[in-house]
Design a protein around this ligand. Structure first.
Ligand code: ZN
Length: 323
């Protein structure tokens, strides 16, 4: 069963809002676009692995996706954790494109793409460290972990994987995501002793899910040009900003598209960039709604929590506002 689903990362939502509303002539926009591209590729790789894992028999295992667990003064992250009665298995997904050359002797992964050579941290060493940290965490919470295995999944189907030194660890631990159903049996053959009861498995899963702290980066630490971020309601059809609100509908000045709820995405962007609180005046300023009674009607029609009296009232996202 899936003990923890993979959710669309808040970090990517924040980057999307920033890129959408970044002043177009600011050279720093490209830096955020690159970061967003990289994060989306990583997420896509994780989803690709999820897809192939869904086709494996789940009955005896619990799968926890996307864990970020505090340890000492830092965190360790696990893309996918599979808990079986015999072993735990960490899978780290990499969605790198190009030619990937594993050189474990120096803990290096070389990537060649478009004649550009780059070095990445050794993903086998990364997952090995995750295994070590997971073991430490479980012991600290008085749980005796069974053997912890680790794998590196290459999700990009275009990637060329090379292991020039014929390193056994590389051939054992690196695999293509599509091959996961054939990789798992190797570990069942290696670890045959049932060490965890159903209750033990549940206990481990519960502890990890409880300790999970999602990464929510703070835009205030990103040096954004806050005063120049693009305001207005964006047209979902042509992406132009500055839709007008008349008689219950948003109308695009650029393409004429009409829609009822384009202010929801605008408000999401506002919360993601400026923080999770807005008052009526700020909402009117951001969406260019002139009338305060219209603003109030729009604000109270959305899944928002509000605080304070009529005049100083502030609104913040409700539980499902970002779903
Ligand atoms: Zn439009």
């Amino acid at each position: 069963m899936i003990g923890k689903t993979r959710e669309y990362p808040k970090e990517i939502m924040i980057l999307e809002a920033i890129v959408r509303r970044f002043p177009r002539d600011d050279f720093k926009k490209a830096e955020f676009e690159r970061k967003l591209y990289r994060k989306r590729a990583g997420y896509k790789g994780e989803k690709a692995l999820d897809y192939f894992l869904e086709q494996v028999d789940h009955s005896e295992m619990v799968i926890l996706n996307d864990l970020r667990i505090p340890i000492n003064s830092t965190h360790f992250q696990i893309d996918t954790l599979i808990i079986t009665p015999y072993f735990l298995l960490i899978i780290d997904s990499k969605n790198y494109a190009g030619t990937l050359i594993f050189l474990p002797e120096f803990n290096q992964l070389i990537r060649i793409q478009n004649d550009i050579e780059e070095v990445f941290p050794d993903p086998i060493l990364q997952t090995k460290n995750q295994a070590y940290q997971l073991k430490t965490f479980l012991k600290k919470h008085s749980m005796t972990p069974p053997p912890i295995e680790y794998l590196v999944a290459i999700s990009n189907t275009q990637a060329i994987i090379k292991n020039p030194t014929n390193d056994r660890e590389v051939s054992y631990r690196v695999f293509r995501s599509s091959n996961v159903a054939f990789k798992l049996p190797l570990f069942y053959q290696k670890h045959t002793q049932s060490l965890l009861s159903k209750n033990d498995i549940k206990k481990i899963a519960r502890h990890l899910v409880k300790a999970h702290e999602p990464l929510i980066p703070d835009p205030k630490s990103m040096n954004l040009p806050f005063n120049k971020m693009v305001k207005g309601v964006q047209c979902p059809a042509c992406e132009a900003f500055g839709m007008d609100y008349h008689q219950g509908k948003w109308t695009c000045k650029n393409c004429g598209h009409k829609t009822g709820d384009a202010h929801i995405q605008a408000l999401r962007d506002y919360f993601l960039i400026f923080g999770s609180s807005i008052n009526s005046k700020q909402f009117r300023d951001f969406t260019n709604v002139k009338s305060s009674s219209t603003a109030k009607r729009l604000l109270t029609s959305m899944d928002l929590n509000f605080f304070g009296t009529t005049k100083g009232r502030t609104y913040s996202p409700g539980k499902n506002f970002f779903d």
